[in-house]
Write a protein that binds this ligand. Structure first.
Ligand SMILES: CC(C)(COP(=O)(O)OP(=O)(O)OC[C@H]1O[C@@H](n2cnc3c(N)ncnc32)[C@H](O)[C@@H]1OP(=O)(O)O)[C@@H](O)C(=O)NCCC(=O)NCCS
Length: 328
């Protein structure tokens, strides 16, 4: 059956109990709470304990989303896990989550699109539901980034944190749901944020491990500019496609990378501060988990009301970016 619109039926999130504060980082690397706060807005981030892994938090977030959608795991026929920090290379973390949930009817997979992964997953799920290929899709963004962070590199280690968020999508009435969704990438910017070691190009050896090739490397300044430009452009694009304006947006949920990036995008779009959601102080950058965690926090706190116009925009390593506009 072809459906006119898909929408979000339920959301959930989960993160480790462990907290890494700016004061903790001051003990590890040459940095200060004042520098991190003024340059990024981050005060703390969640950090998984040894033995905690990505799918653990993904499953908790997913169970909550499925329950809130009033469904059973067996109803899910598409399961997309967005992650750049999988449990292991094979099988996909999506398949591991599927088995743990008992979502046995689903086609499960991972999407690797860094911080845009959740919006990539939502865009794919939206298309699958509208074309009738899927009835109920579960999209998860889940990361344990603290395992890929080099705690001697003060530029990156202050930014990233751990967590998971999830959403269940299904067909909805035509007056609500996803109005426009767009995803993009440009692989020419690979070296702005990448992890060179551990794959077939640079297989893991004692040498690559000692060199820290499996850690994230980043050109922060350059990425900052690409982030602001791409998120503002894709936001305008989805708004134009839906025939709406930035002034119509009730809540803007950008990828939580840096408060200064959020402020710059909001200023470019002319979206007032009180209509922009930020949890960067509490979570730092959780990559693909950042938007679904933020979305679920907004649902839980009543920040999103029925009929609200929600704009979500992201960018990340690849580089990738995406925008989704929906009526709640
Ligand atoms: C990384 C980022 C916070 C750095 O902020 P910035 O204002 O651009 O800072 P710069 O890189 O210009 O560095 C300024 C100075 O601060 C220093 N610095 C960098 N990190 C520091 C830290 N954690 N603590 C203290 N000083 C730090 C630099 O060494 C530099 O010192 P210098 O002037 O003596 O050379 C910022 O560029 C950023 O957020 N970029 C986007 C990154 C991102 O979002 N990545 C994820 C993509 S999803």
């Amino acid at each position: 059956m072809v459906n006119e619109r898909s929408g979000i039926l339920g959301t959930g999130h989960s993160y480790p109990n462990g907290i890494l504060t700016n004061a903790d980082l001051e003990q590890i690397v040459d940095t200060s709470d004042a520098w991190i706060t003024t340059r990024t807005g981050i005060k703390q981030r969640r950090k998984a304990a040894p033995g905690e892994y990505t799918s653990l938090f993904a499953v908790r977030a997913a169970r909550q989303a499925i329950e809130r959608a009033r469904l059973d795991p067996a109803d899910i026929d598409l399961l997309i896990c967005a992650t750049v920090s999988p449990d292991q290379i094979l099988p996909s973390t999506g398949c591991i989550i599927q088995a743990e949930l008992g979502a046995n009817k689903a086609a499960a997979m991972d999407v690797v699109a860094a911080c845009s992964g959740f919006l990539y997953g939502v865009t794919l799920a939206d298309t699958m539901i509208r074309t009738g290929q899927s009835r109920y899709a579960l999209v998860i963004g889940a990361e344990i980034l603290t395992q890929y962070v080099d705690y001697s590199d003060r530029q990156t280690c202050v930014l990233f944190g751990d967590g998971a968020g999830a959403a269940v999508l299904g067909a909805v009435d035509a007056d609500r749901g996803i109005l426009a969704a767009r995803i993009r990438s440009d692989g020419r910017y690979e070296e702005q944020l990448y992890s060179p070691g551990g794959g077939t190009r640079r297989p893991p050896t004692a040498e690559t491990l000692a060199a820290g090739d499996h850690f994230f490397k980043m050109k922060g300044n350059e990425l900052f500019k690409v982030a602001v430009r791409s998120m503002a452009d894709i936001s305008r694009e989805v708004l134009e496609e839906a025939g709406l304006r930035p002034e119509d947006v009730n809540l803007f949920i950008p990828h939580q990378a840096n408060q200064r990036i959020t402020d710059a995008v909001a200023a470019k779009l002319n979206v007032a501060e009180q209509r922009v959601y930020s949890n960067i102080a509490m979570h730092g950058n959780t990559s693909s988990a950042s938007i679904p965690i933020a979305l679920d926090e907004c649902v839980e706190t009543g920040r999103i009301k029925q009929g609200d116009l929600i704009l979500m925009a992201s960018f990340g390593g690849g580089v990738t970016w995406g925008g989704v506009l929906m009526r709640w």
